[in-house]
Design a protein around this ligand. Structure first.
Ligand SMILES: O=C[C@H](O)[C@H](O)COP(=O)(O)O
Ligand SMILES: C=C(OP(=O)(O)O)C(=O)O
Length: 345
């Protein structure tokens, strides 16, 4: 048995740096989901963050593009340190920072917090998927956007956890493509729930969670194919509006929507950009899997700098081009909305 620090102790070692607060970032993302801010959300970064220097270098490069397009886009950097595996595989830096099966979780928490702090120095909001509810209290204070993935969307524990988390939570459709379970999860996450978790001192506690009003849908495609085209978005928006939930969706350009081929992500982003440029207000944003260099590599042996060790990614250069296209589309939509007399204040 390996004892862990408390969440409060781990926070002292790597606090949030000065700069825009996580609360401000969460509010800005919530405004986009509510439609009071008509910019597009762009959540981009590696499938998994396995190495600090590459992750921080990526975030600095991305921050330049984010600043350039800040009037049209809110760019959020993915720093995913927990990986839900289909069967087995590297579980991410939090659980196995040495990538050697050593499972040094105390080391993982320390390294992840230090990395998140360094990334936060860029001023970018940070996105992460929450896989293990016991680990959430060790990182959630640094996270502006949280994800519930395609493999945990039906888990009651994750739905309750989402209800208590203090940031907008994106809920993915199931790996087989089914969207209804994600809509069920959003309804559950919006509700008042009893949530068992750890407090700052590491004691087990039960929270009376008020519900997460910014739980929203992320369409990631699935075994049945992509789900960013046709009526899927409009149908989902209608079902979400009936719940009173944010009816604007995020489209994940990777995973089932790209057939896990990173070279197809720009096509998906272009289709979404066309919908947005046409005035489509049912899209809140997109997600991209992107790292310094394109493709992926296997764990074991010498690793190439800035190349994904899980799903294949777009390069940062190609991602910047995609971001520029999305900014043009968002600008078009902003113009149309302004013409219609309901531009954001
Ligand atoms: O996004 C990452 C992967 O798709 C997810 O963690 C599942 O990976 P696996 O099917 O390689 O286990
Ligand atoms: C695991 C991920 O996605 P999904 O749950 O859609 O497979 C991810 O975005 O890293």
């Amino acid at each position: 048995m390996t004892p862990l620090q408390t969440p409060a102790q781990s926070r002292l070692a790597a606090p949030h740096p000065a700069g825009p607060s996580v609360t401000e970032h969460r509010r800005a993302i919530g405004d986009i989901l509510d439609g009071t801010d008509d910019r597009l959300l762009v959540i981009t970064g590696p499938c998994s963050a396995h190495e600090e220097t590459a992750m921080v270098e990526y975030a600095h490069g991305l921050a330049e593009a984010a600043a350039r397009f800040a009037d049209d886009l809110l760019v959020v950097v993915r720093v995913y340190t927990e990986k839900p595996r289909t069967r087995l595989g590297w579980p991410g830096m939090l659980l196995d920072p040495g990538m050697d099966g050593g499972h040094d979780v105390p080391g993982g928490i320390a390294r992840v917090r230090a990395m998140l702090s360094s990334v936060a120095e860029t001023g970018l909001p940070i996105a992460a998927e929450f896989v293990d509810p016991m680990l959430t209290p060790f990182t959630s204070d640094l996270i502006a956007w949280g994800g519930i993935g395609a493999r945990t969307v039906e888990s009651p524990v994750h739905r309750r956890m989402a209800s208590a988390l203090p940031m907008p939570i994106g809920v993915k459709n199931r790996t087989d493509g089914a969207v209804a379970p994600a809509i069920d999860a959003i309804a559950a996450a919006r509700a008042r729930q009893p949530v068992v978790t750890l407090d700052d001192a590491g004691r087990p506690v039960c929270l009376d969670s008020p519900g997460n009003r910014h739980a929203h849908l992320v369409l990631r495609g699935g075994e049945t194919g992509p789900n960013y085209e046709g009526d899927v978005i409009a149908d989902a928006a209608e079902a979400l509006a009936a719940l009173g939930a944010p009816s604007r969706v995020v489209v994940d350009c990777s995973h089932g929507n790209s057939g896990k081929d990173h070279r197809r992500q720009p096509q998906v982003a272009s289709a979404v950009a066309a919908r947005v440029a046409d005035g489509g207000r049912d899209v809140a944003g997109v997600m991209l899997e992107s790292f310094l260099h394109e493709g992926s590599q296997s764990i074991g042996g010498a690793l190439r700098h800035g190349v994904s060790v899980t799903d294949s990614c777009l390069s940062l250069g190609r991602t910047t081009e995609v971001i520029e296209e999305l900014a043009d589309a968002a600008r078009c939509r902003l113009g149309r909305t302004a013409t219609a007399g309901s531009a954001r204040s």
